[in-house]
Design a protein around this ligand. Structure first.
Ligand code: PYC
Length: 310
């Protein structure tokens, strides 16, 4: 498989640009289903050690159904598949530009949860117009053993998030382990109580907020991803879910900028348009950089050619 690696505000994306599985035709959701059922070992080979790491999000490029799109994209990680991925969409746009497949300007990407519009503002700076986002439930109270009562909102930003305004642990990089453990406990409690997103969908991202370190940013976050890794970037879909909550609370107006800082101090600039139907359309801007290019090799006698999996 031929790959191009990038990072968006510190969070890695590995795009399969050649030699990936042939998922045939059909909608992106149908092809995602085929990926899951028939080719999951490609996912683990690309993401799991020894070729990848838990922090990497993979992106398989495929033919779009919508001919206005530059590419179809299926995102995946160390545990499964993602409907959308904001930092990953920025990584894909920058990768396509690096390859010479698209020029600066608008590049539409078709994902299993809808079309996102990437504006390449420079070879590294990308603004993503995300899928419509919304808050589903407000102030859900959870009693979590070892943590006590935590209160959070449930929102969709292309993935399902449980967003906690007051982080139970101080938001410093040194605290990544206790932050990860607190988020893991909250996710398990949501699962135990069968608290879900709309249509019973699993809430697989947990997001904590607190004060920003830098005075010009609005907030700092910590985002726990489905496979247990934390997002090094402020998380595009997580920032979209945050905007949906701020909009629903009347705390942020349409087009008003929101600077979301990540746990490593990198940042996204976010704004939204109100669809006046309970949904908003977020635009998230960040920077992605190419950091590697190459070929993944799977020798037939390598016992870990499909990665080290649990
Ligand atoms: O940027 O949306 C995002 C994302 C999801 C998981 C990791 N990053």
């Amino acid at each position: 498989m031929r790959i191009i690696d990038s990072h968006t505000e510190g969070e890695p994306t590995r795009v399969i640009v050649g030699g990936g599985p042939d998922l045939g035709s059909g909608s992106l959701s149908e092809r995602l289903q085929r990926f899951k059922e028939e080719f999951d070992n490609y996912r683990s080979a690309v993401i799991s050690e020894p070729r990848g790491s838990e922090a990497v999000v993979g992106a398989l490029l495929c033919e779009p159904v919508d001919s206005s799109c530059a590419a179809g994209v299926i995102f995946f990680n160390n545990t499964g598949y993602l409907g959308m991925c904001g930092h990953g969409a920025m990584g894909v746009a920058v990768t396509l530009a690096y390859q010479g497949s698209v020029e600066l300007g608008i590049c539409r990407l078709e994902t299993p949860v809808g079309v996102v519009e990437a504006s390449l503002l420079s070879p590294n700076k990308v603004a993503i117009q995300n899928v419509p986002s919304f808050r589903f439930r407000q102030k859900v109270s959870l009693n979590v053993s070892d943590l006590g009562t935590v209160v959070g909102d449930i929102a969709w930003g292309g993935n399902w998030f449980f967003l906690i305004e007051q982080s139970p642990v101080a938001l410093t990089l040194q605290n990544v382990r206790p932050l990860t453990e607190a988020a893991r406990l909250i996710r398990s409690e949501l699962e135990r109580q069968q608290i879900t997103g709309a249509d019973g969908e699993e809430i697989d991202h947990i997001e904590f907020f607190g004060p920003a370190e830098f005075p010009d940013a609005n907030s700092r976050n910590f985002v726990y991803c489905p496979g247990g890794a934390y997002d090094r970037s402020p998380c595009g879909t997580g920032t979209s879910a945050k905007l949906a909550c701020l909009a629903a609370d009347g705390k942020l107006k349409p087009n008003e900028p929101w600077i979301q800082e990540s746990i490593i101090g990198s940042r996204f600039l976010a704004t939204y348009c109100d669809m006046n139907d309970g949904h908003i359309v977020p635009t998230i801007t960040g920077n992605a950089y190419i950091c590697g290019e190459g070929q993944l090799i799977q020798q037939p006698n390598d016992p870990f050619r499909y990665g080290i999996t649990v």
